[in-house]
Write a protein that binds this ligand. Structure first.
Ligand code: OOG
Ligand code: MG
Length: 266
C-alpha cells in the first residue's frame, strides 16, 4: 500500500494557502480571509512557504518586521499580539525616491524605527547577541497592503499574509543608541501632519522590540543575514496611501525619511 494515494493530508493546505496569497500579491487582487481554518503555527508555516516562493524567484531576505507593537496599531486593526514577518530586496524602496502606486491592493503607510544588524543573526540568537549586533538605527516608513478583502483579518490570517508587508524604506542610519524612548514621531503627508506619536508607543521603548524579536526569531524565525534590518513596528496608526503625494516620517533626534508616490488617482 502506498501512502501517497491512500492518506489524506492532515489539516489545511499550507502550500496552497501560500500560493493563493502569493498570487494575490502579484496580481494585486484581494482574497477572502482563511478565518479559523489556520492555527497560529500553521499561519507561520504559510508565511515560511511564502518566503520560499520568493527566494525561488531570486529575491533576497533583507530583514524582518514586527507588527502590533503599539496600542495605536492594535486598536486600528483589532489584533493585540506581537507578530513577525520577513522583508526582501524586492520590498525595499530607496529613501527619497518616487514609488509608482500600481500593483497594490489598498496600500497604507506608517512611521517606524529600523535597526540594522552588522552580523548574521542565528535562528536561536539570545537577546544579548541580538542587541550587541545592532550597529545603527534609522527612521523608516512601511507600506502595508493586506492581501485580504477590506483590509480585515484575524491574527492567523495576517501572519499567513506575511503581516501585510509590502514595501519599506529607511532613512539615513545613525549610530545605535539605547536612548530611543520618548522621541516624537510625526508622519507628514504633503507637508501636513497626518499622525503623531512617540517611540515609547513601541512596547514602551523601541529597545523592547529587540527583545520581542529575539522571542519571535527563536520561535518562528530562520535568522537573518548580516546587514539585515528590523522594523520595530509602527508608532501610530497607518494611513491610506494615495498617488501624487509626499510622505515623510520624522523621529526626533534620529532623522527623516521621505517618499513620493505617483500614478493614477484611485
Ligand atoms: C499588519 C501589520 C502591522 C505594524 O507596524 O504594527 C504592522 C497590518 O496592520 O496590516 O506592520
Ligand atoms: Mg509596520
Amino acid at each position: 500500500m502506498t501512502a501517497a494515494n491512500t492518506i489524506q493530508p492532515a489539516g489545511p493546505d499550507i502550500a496552497g494557502a501560500a500560493r493563493e496569497l502569493d498570487r494575490a500579491e502579484r496580481e494585486a487582487t484581494a482574497i477572502p480571509q482563511f478565518g479559523d481554518t489556520l492555527s497560529l503555527e500553521q499561519a507561520y508555516a504559510v508565511q515560511a512557504e511564502l518566503l520560499t516562493l520568493r527566494l525561488a524567484r531570486g529575491e533576497r531576505l533583507t530583514g524582518a518586521k514586527l507588527g502590533f507593537t503599539s496600542k495605536a496599531k492594535m486598536a486600528q486593526m483589532g489584533v493585540s499580539e506581537v507578530i513577525v514577518g520577513f522583508l526582501t530586496d524586492r520590498m525595499h524602496v530607496a529613501h527619497g525616491s518616487s514609488l509608482l502606486l500600481e500593483g497594490f491592493v489598498h496600500p497604507r503607510i506608517e512611521p517606524e524605527i529600523a535597526f540594522r544588524f552588522n552580523r548574521t543573526v542565528e535562528p536561536g540568537a539570545s537577546a544579548e547577541e541580538i542587541i550587541s549586533s545592532v550597529d545603527a538605527v534609522a527612521p523608516a516608513l512601511e507600506i502595508i497592503d493586506s492581501r485580504y478583502r477590506d483590509f480585515s483579518f484575524s491574527l492567523a490570517d495576517v501572519v499567513a499574509d506575511n503581516t501585510s508587508a509590502s514595501r519599506y524604506l529607511v532613512g539615513e542610519w545613525t549610530d545605535f543608541t539605547t536612548d530611543l524612548a520618548d522621541r516624537a514621531v510625526t508622519m507628514l503627508i504633503d507637508g501636513a501632519v497626518a499622525e503623531t506619536g512617540t517611540t515609547s508607543a513601541i512596547l514602551g521603548d523601541p529597545l523592547h522590540a529587540l527583545e520581542a524579536f529575539t522571542r519571535m526569531n527563536a520561535r518562528y524565525g530562520s535568522g537573518l543575514p548580516a546587514g539585515a534590518v528590523l522594523l520595530a513596528g509602527a508608532a501610530t496608526a497607518a494611513v491610506g496611501l494615495q498617488p501624487g503625494s509626499t510622505v515623510s516620517a520624522v523621529v526626533a533626534g534620529i532623522g527623516t525619511v521621505e517618499l513620493e508616490t505617483k500614478g493614477m488617482p484611485a
